[in-house]
Design a protein around this ligand. Structure first.
Ligand SMILES: CC(C)(COP(=O)(O)OP(=O)(O)OC[C@H]1O[C@@H](n2cnc3c(N)ncnc32)[C@H](O)[C@@H]1OP(=O)(O)O)[C@@H](O)C(=O)NCCC(=O)NCCS
Length: 212
């Protein structure tokens, strides 16, 4: 019992020390409106990121906002400077990767669970004109970016992938393990691979109606 208590106390003390380290790192390296970014965190292109107030993130946060400086071989077909816009009170769990070549917006109060990918680009083009060949090295194929927009009050569950060009309306819930691509109206429960709308919030009945 005493041994258990000792173990618990040492883990707890380590937890507090880590928290202090992470608070200091957040204050030193991020704008003052950021509440907490746990370490380790990997951030590329910080100058292209707009953090809303009270942003907080678990460890292994990977934000990559790639301009020509970082992506020499692949970015020449991207005209605009990339942008990552994070709204107010956004909370992100562990191991979340956001990759931006053009623009990703994450709305206010959005909650993101662990192991989530949000990306606005593919390496190469595989539909329409000028498609890439499998005989070229993927890392040298031109990046094809399409903006991603995630609304306000969205809950993104564990292990979700959000693909280029996706638009998610306010109030949506994305089910665990979903791969999301396309445009979704507000107040939907969306799940599956590929993700489909399963339920819609009924404002009069105040309940989520199944979509048949
Ligand atoms: C999306 C979610 C919120 C839906 O909850 P719900 O509406 O109460 O779910 P229901 O049980 O009524 O499911 C409705 C249908 O959707 C299906 N479904 C639910 N979640 C699904 C998912 N993630 N992927 C695929 N199908 C799913 C159900 O199997 C059910 O199908 P059926 O009609 O054929 O039986 C929930 O299933 C979920 O995925 N939660 C995520 C949990 C999580 O990641 N937590 C981390 C904490 S941050």
């Amino acid at each position: 019992m005493n041994e258990l208590k000792r173990l618990f106390n040492s883990y707890y003390s380590l937890g507090i020390l880590r928290m202090i380290r992470d608070m200091v790192a957040t204050k030193l390296f991020f704008p003052s409106n950021v509440r907490m970014i746990r370490q380790p965190a990997y951030i590329i292109g910080k100058r292209h990121i707009k953090f809303g107030k009270n942003f907080s993130a678990g460890n292994m946060l990977r934000l990559e906002v790639m301009d020509k400086k970082y992506a020499r071989h692949t970015v020449e077909n991207v005209d605009n400077l990339p942008e990552l816009i994070i709204g107010d009170d956004v909370t992100v769990n562990n191991n979340v990767h956001v990759g931006v070549f053009k623009k990703i917006t994450i709305g206010d109060n959005t909650l993101i669970a662990s192991n989530v990918l949000i990306t606005d680009h593919n390496h190469g083009n595989y539909s329409g004109e000028n498609q890439d060949s499998p005989y070229s090295a993927p890392k040298f194929r031109k990046v094809i970016p399409q903006e991603v927009n995630i609304g306000k009050n969205v809950w993104i569950s564990e292990n979700v992938c959000i693909l280029p060009g996706t638009i998610i309306g306010d109030g949506c819930i994305i089910g665990a393990n979903s791969v999301v691509s396309g445009k979704f109206d507000k107040n939907l429960i969306i799940a599956g691979t590929p993700a489909k709308a399963l339920k819609k919030y009924n404002d009069e009945k105040k309940s989520w109606d199944r979509i048949s």
